[in-house]
Design a protein around this ligand. Sequence first.
Ligand code: ZL4
Ligand code: CA
Ligand code: ZN
Length: 396
Amino acid sequence: MAHEYGITKPKGYNVTFHYNPNMERHHFGQTHPMKPWRLTLTKSLVTSYGMNFAMDNYTARTATYEELTNFHTNDYVDFLATVAPQPTPLDVDNMHPDLKFNLGGSDCPLFEGLYDYCSMSAGSSLDAARKICSKQADIAIAWGGGLHHAKKSEASGFCYINDIVLAILQLLRVYPRVLYIDIDVHHGDGVEEAFLSTDRVMTVSFHKYDPNTFFPGTGALDDNGPRSEHNPGAHHALNVPLNDGITDEQYKWLFESVISRCVEKFRPSAIALQCGADSLAGDRLGKFNLLVEGHSSCVEFCKKLGIPMIMFGGGGYTPRNVARAWAYETAVAINQHKNIPTQIPEHTPWRERFRHETLLPTIEQILGEPRQNRNPQKKLQDIVQHITEQLRFVSH
Ligand code: ZL4
Ligand code: CA
Ligand code: ZN
């Protein structure tokens, strides 16, 4: 079928898109920032641009109990599978103070269908990983994944099951080394922690860092994991702590400086990229000044490395911003971002939700006035220097 934007499948290059339409039906609570519905909005943009014609589209299956317990403990997954939903409304900050595994608080509420939601998120990321392992995909996209805070035996920060850890464990069956990159505004602590003792995974998170006021409070520049001489994973956890207001230009420079050095030293055979969209300007939780241009330039840079890659979703609390970014990044993956019109197609469902009719609004359109930039250039240079020093210990 021909499409109005003429988007067709490229030869010799394959992108797979893993999506489960039932994920978006779940609700964390009326005023909870995490809105699974943003996935619907993303999918509707992707489809209205005709990007689906350039990819293999898969309805993601749910992950099995056995798959979830590849990382998580049986007692935690058992509890997730059987715990009763909290009485509605979930919008009160009381919750059950005696609940186990950090479940049932205001960040990680127990909602109807929670276990299903978790297994769908993990299922889409695992499907994506398997397409990369079987070489059926050069890039596999799982916007329903990216839940980087979940721990082996604990929910944390809106995350219950760490689909990224599960996906990386799959990649490690085939690929000797995996580079994990995290551009969510929060520190990717769960993924970092899971791989602290191996030199087969290097983790790099860019995030806002303020141990006193910003979740989860970890991820300082010199937090590079346990440095004992018996730990092969020493120096393989890298952190880029930032302040509010960072701009596209600074972020792009920092990202390319850091990641090119990591790739040179670590020589990854696969990349896992968490594309959390809460690092965009105008996010409900994040306070950076990034536009879709800056955020997606990270995806573009990684794609150009020519290394097999999974792209995950993650945070993102202003649904229209999330949808614009992830749709544009889907276009980057299929190399159509320069070809699609920035005007949002007339026939896009919920078109009026995007507020501006463009895929690439300016900072003024989004924020009125940009946030004050609290990132002096000197600080950014010190970061690159510290990371260069850490990488002296790494060679493959
Ligand atoms: C909310 O309005 O900083 C949860 C969470 C629920 C509904 C009404 C309850 C009101 C903001 C956040 C009380 C909410 C109090 N509702 C929340 C230390 C905190 C304890 C909980 O993008 N209170 C915890 C987690 C972070 C904390 C960020 C990012 C995930 C990811 C990947 C996770 N937790 C202080 C906050 C609201 C809520 C409004 C909220 N929670 C904002 N930041 C947090 O990295 C997906
Ligand atoms: Ca991050
Ligand atoms: Zn986040």
